[in-house]
Ligand binder design. Structure first.
Ligand code: FRU
Length: 326
């Protein structure tokens, strides 16, 4: 790296509104705090594929050295990423995939495996018999497709279990709520709701609760975030029978970006591990994760305080110089 060279990383995020993506961004910022000569340009597409394509182009025009992208939908965004990569700008794809080879590194959880883990849990939990409703993520995004395939592969082992409805929750709590309202008859007859993420599971749960359907229905989700509003709390409360940890990869993305920009070779595929969170392990894992979270928040507060002190020092030093010079 040339002496004193500063790097700009562009980060194109499909949506920034939910807690999982906010966790991803703070994971990135924490990793970046060790690299003061790096700047992050952040664009949030608010779940819009068109907007994300435009943002990728505008990031490129702003002279970024590397692009990190979590694409809203796989197929329609691939071309835009191809164009960036062809210009010689390195690309790191995070969590959701593109359709081509136009990237230096892909980092993400194994969504097929998570779907399989969920299917095995559901099959065993229902003792091989029952009606399941699947609430899917955005159809065009790779985790929704892979989680669905993984589920199907495992449920095939349990002929007594039927998926009686597939609802398109598009990853969003409100959309899942609306789909649930429109499918009350199916929910009434079901035994278990499996949602591709915890916030959709929660949305469907809320609707079922309003209609008195939560007594016979059970819920399973994915993400298992720590903190008071996260999926681990929902498992603790018994609202979810299980959830599956889905790591954000934010920290790994920044570390990989730094390697790439230093001219080092990086691993092309990084798979982040998942783990099943249920009544048997949630206490221990939640205690650990919550502690880590609060330590991270303390570190953020301390570094803000250090920044403030630096500012104070600089102004005082300037005042001193001015005073001495006069
Ligand atoms: C957050 C989210 C997560 C899910 C992931 C899949 O925006 O919907 O809940 O695990 O995206 O890409």
């Amino acid at each position: 790296k040339p002496q004193g060279k500063k790097f700009t990383i562009g980060f194109s995020q499909c949506t920034g509104a939910d807690q999982w993506r906010q966790t991803m961004l703070s994971d990135m910022k924490r990793a970046l705090s060790f690299h003061p000569d790096y700047t992050l340009l952040y664009e949030d597409a608010g779940n819009s594929t068109e907007k994300q394509i435009a943002q990728i182009q505008s990031l490129t025009n702003r002279d970024i050295d590397l692009l990190i992208i979590s694409p809203n939908e796989t197929a329609p965004i691939t071309k835009a990423v191809d164009a960036v990569f062809k210009q010689g700008i390195p690309v790191i794809v995070l969590d959701r995939r593109i359709d081509s080879e136009s990237y230096n590194a892909y980092i993400g959880g194994d969504n097929f495996e998570i779907g399989r883990l969920a299917g095995a849990f559901i099959g065993n939990h229902l003792k091989g018999k029952g009606a399941v409703i699947e609430v899917k993520g955005l159809a065009g995004s790779s985790p929704a497709q892979e989680r669905h395939r993984g589920l199907q592969q495992q449920l095939a082992r349990f002929p007594g279990i039927r998926v009686v409805a597939e609802l398109d929750g598009e990853w969003e709590r409100d959309t899942a709520r609306h789909r649930a309202e429109a499918n009350l008859a199916a929910l009434q007859k079901a035994d278990l709701v499996f949602a591709h993420n915890d916030v959709m599971a929660l949305g469907v749960y809320e609707v079922c609760k309003q209609h008195g359907l939560t007594r016979q229905l059970e819920f399973v989700g994915i993400d298992a975030l720590p903190g008071p509003q996260g999926g681990m709390q929902l498992v603790t409360d018994g609202l979810l029978k299980a959830s599956f940890l889905y790591p954000t990869g934010g920290e790994e993305a920044i570390e990989t970006a730094v390697q790439v920009l230093a001219g080092k070779a990086v691993r092309r595929e990084t798979t982040l591990n998942s783990i099943q969170i249920d009544a048997s392990n949630v206490r221990a894992i939640k205690a650990q994760s919550d502690k880590l979270l609060s330590q991270q928040q303390d570190i953020e507060k301390q570094s803000q305080r250090i920044d403030e002190l630096k500012q104070t020092y600089l102004t005082q030093r300037n005042t001193l110089y001015v005073t001495l010079a006069s």
